[in-house]
Design a protein around this ligand. Structure first.
Ligand code: CO
Length: 499
């Protein structure tokens, strides 16, 4: 079958532009000198356009039309069928959104991003509001171009979590609210908050790095296929085959920040690194969705990294690096990384409260996209929902409605992925415990290989071949079920807070 090889060679060509783009992007976020940014951004734009033109070319259309023929498609193997499907979906999506809209969105979001920064700095929502109105107008146009059956917001959700519907997210949220709001109140009113003072302070950067490297060693991160660097916001990027880079940030106030950022990003990296070589330089060489990706990072960060078996091992490692932990037990160290707080910022939220931050964003986005509310009301609606779900009201808009960059980027429909990632992680964990009864004694020995292999066999090896909800069904035998998350949270924190 020669044609399929030609098609893959064509996709590889596109992928090589993407590899160059990723490397420039990574460099901009890490080491590029300030004065290079202007020209480097132009290089990015130029290469993106070349990549885009290759993707929407007549040649691409010819390939896809050829493989759309039933007698041709029938004879392909499963991987190649999935490859055609994924490439076709992306192609159709790009075709549906008018080029003029893409340009308008790019221009508007560039300006909106600056306005958002100014608004946040000056705590003045009115600076950002007109830009947000324009973005919402364009995003609605985008959703209408993409098409949907019932709810316009479905079209946007589908961009990040294929197949997911607004009604499903609403049902999940109703269940979480019902089970977690009262639990949170009880925890904070009746529970005993653990000590965590020993994690606060200005820890030596080199030693913080040593600790991060210790965590990466535990996770079997392969330094011959990746790197660890620093950036303002920690991230993971796949440059190309056998090159997945993560970053962290060393805080001068809290040791936990760099450690858990590193573990989180390495969770993303293991996913990318375990995708099989047959998918390299094709659209299958990435994760199933944003939420499945986040399920991997959250799994390592919270379910493993904030577990007692892990700290039974890791407490000896941390004590070898920092003298100040000598008198503390592994249980003290474990409890100290599991503090629950009513906090204003999503990015600083703990496992118990995190999803509340997502719920209010989802409800606001859905209402905005369907013209149920206006941007003028946003600060008030935001604060009301904060009060209802988290019991606190932001003292200003910078710590409230203006805190996230996403809306200024036009990323509507993205937030639910974070919440779903938490839920998927808990559901996967429940299955993993059944499949690997020795998982906790493995962890206590500092042995993560059994867990890594399980994730590889059940999730990573499929890359983007299987759609997220199908993947979860295949692995766990049921569709996404928020009960696993609620059980995990209530069991864990009932014990830690002694209620
Ligand atoms: Co992440």
């Amino acid at each position: 079958m020669e044609k399929i090889d030609n098609f893959k060679e064509y996709l590889a060509k596109i992928s090589r532009y993407e590899q160059a783009l990723s490397l420039i992007y990574w460099d901009l976020e890490t080491y590029a000198p300030d004065k290079s940014v202007y020209y480097r951004s132009k290089a990015l734009a130029e290469l993106s356009e070349m990549r885009y033109n290759l993707f929407v070319s007549n040649k691409m259309a010819e390939f896809l039309a050829y493989f759309a023929q039933e007698n041709i498609l029938r004879d392909l193997n499963e991987t190649d069928k999935a490859l055609i499907k994924v490439a076709d979906k992306e192609f159709e999506k790009i075709k549906k959104i008018p080029a003029k809209l893409v340009r308008n969105l790019a221009e508007t979001t560039a300006n909106a991003n600056l306005a958002w920064k100014q608004a946040k700095e000056n705590d003045d929502f009115s600076i950002f509001q007109p830009y947000l109105d324009e973005i919402i107008r364009l995003v609605k146009e985008e959703a209408d171009s993409l098409g949907y059956e019932k709810n316009r917001y479905d079209a946007l959700l589908d961009l990040y979590e294929p197949g997911l519907k607004t009604t499903e997210v609403s049902e999940i949220i109703a269940y979480l609210k019902e089970n977690l709001i009262l639990f949170l109140n009880k925890l904070l009113e009746e529970g005993k908050e653990p000590r965590d003072d020993f994690y606060k302070g200005n820890f030596d950067m080199n030693k913080q790095k040593e600790l991060s490297l210790e965590a990466l060693k535990f996770m079997n991160f392969d330094f011959s296929s990746g790197r660890l660097d620093t950036s303002v916001h920690p991230f993971t990027t796949k440059i190309g085959p056998r090159d997945v880079r993560i970053t962290t940030k060393y805080s001068t106030e809290d040791l936990r920040y760099s450690l858990f950022s590193t573990i989180h990003e390495c969770g993303h990296a293991l996913y990318e690194l375990n995708i099989p070589a047959v998918f390299f330089e094709t659209p299958l060489d990435e994760g199933a969705s944003m939420a499945i990706h986040e399920s991997q990072s959250r799994f390592w960060e919270n379910i493993i990294g904030r577990s007692l078996p892990f700290w039974n091992y890791f407490s000896t490692r941390i004590k070898l690096i920092f003298n100040s932990f000598k008198g503390l037990s592994s249980k003290d160290l474990y409890k100290g990384v599991n503090i629950v707080e009513r906090s204003l910022l999503r990015t600083e939220a703990d496992e118990v409260t995190y999803n509340f931050h997502i719920m209010l964003r989802f409800e606001i986005e859905e209402a905005l996209i369907n013209d149920k509310i206006t941007t003028k009301e946003l600060p008030l609606i935001w604060n009301d929902k904060m009060k209802e779900y988290l019991g606190i009201v932001p003292p200003n808009n910078s710590l409230g409605v203006l805190q996230d960059v996403h809306w200024s980027n036009g990323s509507f429909g993205y937030f639910p992925s974070y919440m779903l990632g938490n839920l998927y992680a808990a559901q996967l964990f429940s299955k993993l415990k059944q499949d690997i009864p020795s998982y906790s004694s493995d962890l206590e020995k500092g042995e993560a290989t059994s867990i890594i292999n399980w994730l590889k066999d059940n999730i990573h090896q499929y890359g983007k071949m299987v759609e997220p909800q199908e993947l979860i069904y295949r692995v766990t035998g049921e569709k996404l079920n928020p009960k696993y998350f609620v059980d995990y949270i209530t069991n864990k924190y009932t014990e830690i807070y002694n209620i």
